[in-house]
Design a protein around this ligand. Sequence first.
Ligand SMILES: [Zn+2]
Length: 128
Amino acid sequence: MGVGTPEDFFDAIERGIDLFDCVTPTRHARNHNAFTSRGKVNLRNQRWREDTGPLDPECDCVACREFPVGVLRHLCTSEEMLGPMLLTLHNLRYFHRLMDEIRAAIEADRFAELRAARLATLEKKLVE
Ligand SMILES: [Zn+2]
């Protein structure tokens, strides 16, 4: 559908759309990119090589709970399929959590506030 970034979600939801089907989470994962609570992460970057922390400290997916960022980076850069598979699980969980947050924000009348906060975080792009 081509409407799959977090910004697209906020724009569409604001217009009443509540069903999405897009390749963004999986395509980004196959290209070693992750959406995280601290911004977008490109695991090809050397910055993550020695990192022993989780990909996203706020995420409860298996990739974040069981694999340090440095290991995820190693899997991706050595062309191990497990790397993109784990990033896919993470990105899908990121979008599920985002939708949960949006639902709660709508009920609390904080949609605009959440949108500004989330999009500002994603603009940071920790590493290109
Ligand atoms: Zn995760």
